[in-house]
Design a protein around this ligand. Structure first.
Ligand SMILES: [Cu+2]
Length: 217
């Protein structure tokens, strides 16, 4: 009689206990990928000649079957203060919006236009206090001009993955949070002085890579 009662009790207690264990197991396995550190690709650029004030980007192009990240929902701001596009080189993700802000303190109108193949547009003239927006839906370099001030020039460089690094003055670059998969590591220089580099790379199991690049004429 007692034995029978005991096994009945055991059954009542063990069932939810086993379910709890199962649940913990599931949560642990679901959380596992986030505990793995995200891979980075970093290195140093060197060249056969001096590269003063280089304006250069190192970025990743996803290979077929490799998923790129969605574009950030926050627009990038490009100021026109002092009749200068600032930043002069804005690096964004395909699908991202740029707000061109006329933030002059004096009554100076500006215009922004581009005839670059990835995005042709003309925002017309607009006064201080106003801004106009453009969504860049194709990758590539979009050169910016103002029809009023001929010396105003800038670039929006649209990367196809959002995985990029502006090369630092000491020649180093660092791209964070690179998902597993096959990519093409690519360079872009605002003023072409060297041949661009384009090389296949692969991230496996979140393992970071260190890749130095040598630019040649
Ligand atoms: Cu202007």
């Amino acid at each position: 009689m007692w034995a029978c009662k005991r096994s009945f009790l055991m059954r009542i207690w063990t069932t939810p206990f086993c379910l709890t264990l199962l649940l913990i197991g599931r949560l642990a396995s679901a959380a596992a990928p986030t505990t793995q550190p995200a891979a980075s690709i970093s290195g140093k650029i060197s060249a056969s000649a001096d590269i003063p004030n280089i304006e250069m980007v190192v970025y990743l192009v996803p290979a077929e079957g490799t998923a790129a990240l969605p574009p950030p929902t926050t627009p990038v701001k490009v100021s026109q203060h002092g009749a200068k596009f600032s930043p002069a080189l804005a690096i964004i993700t395909v699908g991202q919006q740029v707000d061109f802000v006329n933030d002059e303190e004096r009554l100076i109108e500006h215009n922004v236009f581009s005839n670059a193949p990835p995005k042709r547009f003309d925002l017309g003239m607009y006064p201080p206090g106003q801004s106009r927006s453009v969504v860049f839906d194709k990758p590539g370099a979009v050169l910016l001009y103002c029809s009023i001030h001929r010396y105003m020039d800038g670039v929006v460089f649209v990367t196809p993955s959002g995985l990029f690094s502006r090369v630092a003055p000491d020649g180093t670059y660092h791209i964070d949070n690179v998902p597993d998969g096959k990519w093409t590591l690519t360079t872009w220089q605002r003023r072409k002085r060297f041949k661009e580099i384009s090389m296949p790379v692969q991230i496996e199991k979140g393992k970071s890579l260190s890749i130095d690049l040598e630019l040649k004429k």
